[in-house]
Each structure stands twice: as C-alpha cells, then as structure tokens.
Design a protein around this ligand. Structure first.
Ligand code: APR
Length: 308
C-alpha cells in the first residue's frame, strides 16, 4: 500500500480510528502508545481481522516512534480523556506535554506529513502542534467540527425521522461549550432547520449538541466518546489521501478569516492532498458573529495558557 497513516495514542479513539480506517483499505496503519504491549496487541488483533473482512492492510503497533517514519498523515490522539465534571481546559497542562512530545517525535521522522489533532483541548493542541512542529498552517487540522456537526445531524435525524443522509449541519467555533451551531445554514434536503423545527425544539437540539461530549462522558463514567470522533478522523484522512477537495467543518489556523488571527478555530475547510486548501467564510448575521467572537475569546485564553 502506498499511503501510511500513523496514529499516536492507541487508546479508545486511536484504536477505533485504526478500525474504521482499515475497512477503507486506503493506507497502512501504525499505532504508537506509551503502554507496553497495548499498541502491539491491538495492531495484531486488528491485523488478524483483515482476512475476515478481506482487506490487505498492514497494521503495526509499537512503543517506539521509529515505525512512524515517512508517514503521509499523523493522527494525534494521545492524551488523557475527560473525567465527569472535568472541562476540556482542565486537561490542558497534562495533554500539552504529551502532544508536544508526540509532535517532536513524529515531525522529525515525517517532515512532510499532514497532522490531524484530536487531543483536547482541541483547538489549543492543534496550535501547539503547529508551533512545536514548525509546520505550515495548511498541514495541521484539528478534528472537532465533523464530530460536533455529526452529533447535531444525529439529533435532527432522531427528532424528524429523516435519513441522516438528508441532513447537513454546520457547527463552527471552538470545540467547547461555546461552539456555534449554525441553524440557518443547517438544513434537511435543502430546507433550513429554522423553517422545519419549532424554535424550542431547535434550541434543545443546539443545546444538546453543545453538551454532546459531556453527555457521553457522564454516561460512560470512565473515558469519553470515541466512535464518532474516530469516524470523523477517518473522513478527514480519506479526503486528504484521495485528494477529494471535500468541505468539512474542522479546526484551522485563522489568518483574518471571520476577523480572527493567531488561533485555531472551527470553520468550514476544503481538504485535499496538501491538507487545508481553503478556509470558507460564511456570511453571518450579528447574533452569529457575536457567538463566534465569544467562542474565539475562550480559545484565545486557552492558547495563552500554553505560554509559547
Ligand atoms: N505518547 C503516546 N501515547 C500516550 C502518551 C504519550 N506520551 N500519553 C498517553 N498516551 C496514550 C495512553 O496510554 C492511552 O492509551 O494515549 C491513549 C489515550 O487513550 P484513551 O485514554 O483511551 O483516551 P481516548 O478516549 O482515546 O481520548 C484521547 O482524545 O477526545 C480526546 O479528550 C480526549 O484528549 C483525549 C484524546
């Protein structure tokens, strides 16, 4: 196989990413983790599943970074997940050290790779990866927007009994409770949500979307969501490797878009083989603009804590 994707962190999200990705048969997969035996065991188990699902994918697990050499894409999921009552920001200090190390170890072995960052607090960790790795902004993408948007799509589908395929939702902003679900732009087969759902139902869906990560954390009690986050990563990996020019919401480095600079922030981006090809700007009304500014303020404060 010509493409290689290395996943740092072989926990719930990392291993499930490998699982979804192996089914696509688009890249060989490497799993790296600090826990001895864990990446090796999960990689071997998944490798042994390949004959059953009929996919010729090589899956390697290791505690050392040598195996990541010449990766096309590096996915960083290493870190500590949220515990109940813990905000994503509480994770900052611990996860910054982990992401810094993962970036340094992978960049030197795959200097041309595209980095997809998942570790929380997401926008801040993506910023850290770009700075530590001295990477061009188009090669660092935070995974959050597809996840937040797919949650909203799922809730709309459950509410209306309409196929998920007919539902498009766009959630912008930071990956925190201040994220901005755009109800005017979100639609069911082209009809805006604001025209289909009564205001109070729409408000309830927006609220549930904002708290979607916390809802799963509270149910699981140990660990946080991993199926939907990893499915979102794989959609991004596929868009990049197949040079699809796919527009998805994701966290990107802002250079004046939406009036924002020097932060990673959730916006629609076009993904292709070079990474982010374009950040797309929606026309927003005053209320939406104010919500985005509020969300951006939170992200900027979190990034400031990195003291880079
Ligand atoms: N290098 C490599 N792997 C590491 C390191 C490190 N320095 N530190 C921790 N890890 C590994 C852990 O050993 C663990 O296997 O990262 C893995 C994280 O997996 P889980 O604990 O299962 O967490 P997960 O649910 O996958 O979430 C990972 O994604 O959604 C975010 O907030 C979440 O930041 C968290 C990350």
């Amino acid at each position: 196989m010509s493409a290689k994707v290395s996943i740092i962190g072989a926990g719930m999200t990392g291993a499930t990413t490998a699982h979804w990705l192996s089914e696509r048969e688009i890249a060989d997969i490497v799993l790296v983790d600090v826990i001895e035996g864990l990446p090796q065991g999960k990689a071997l188990d998944l490798q042994e599943a390949m004959p059953v699902i009929g996919k010729d994918v090589k899956i390697t697990g290791s505690n050392a970074y040598e195996v990541t050499e010449k990766s096309d894409i590096v996915v960083i999921t290493a870190g500590l997940p949220r515990k109940p009552g813990m905000s994503r920001e509480d994770l900052l200090a611990a996860n910054a050290d982990i992401v810094r190390n993962a970036t340094e170890e992978t960049v030197k072995r795959s200097p041309n790779a595209i980095f997809i960052v998942l570790t929380n607090p997401l926008d801040t960790m993506a910023y850290l990866t770009m700075k530590v790795g001295k990477l061009p902004p188009e090669r660092v993408i935070g995974q959050a927007g597809i996840l937040d948007s797919t949650r909203m799509r799922a809730f709309v589908s459950m509410e209306l009994g309409v196929s998920v395929e007919n539902i498009q939702c766009y959630v912008l902003g930071g990956h925190g409770d201040e994220m901005v679900p755009l109800t005017r732009h979100s639609n069911v087969a082209g009809v805006p949500l604001t025209k289909i759902l009564p205001a109070e139902r729409l408000t309830a869906i927006v609220d549930r979307t904002r708290k979607g990560g916390g809802e799963i954390v509270n149910l699981l009690k140990t660990g946080s969501a991993f199926y939907a986050p990893s499915a979102a990563i794989v959609q991004m990996v596929e868009a990049i490797l197949k040079n699809k020019h796919l527009i998805v919401p994701a966290s990107a480095f802002m250079r004046g878009e939406y009036g924002l600079k020097d932060i990673f922030f959730g916006a629609p981006v076009q993904l292709g083989r070079k990474g982010i090809e374009k950040v797309i700007e929606y026309e927003l009304n005053d209320e939406e603009k104010a919500a985005l500014q509020k969300s951006a303020k939170g992200v900027a404060e979190s990034i400031a804590l990195l003291k880079l």
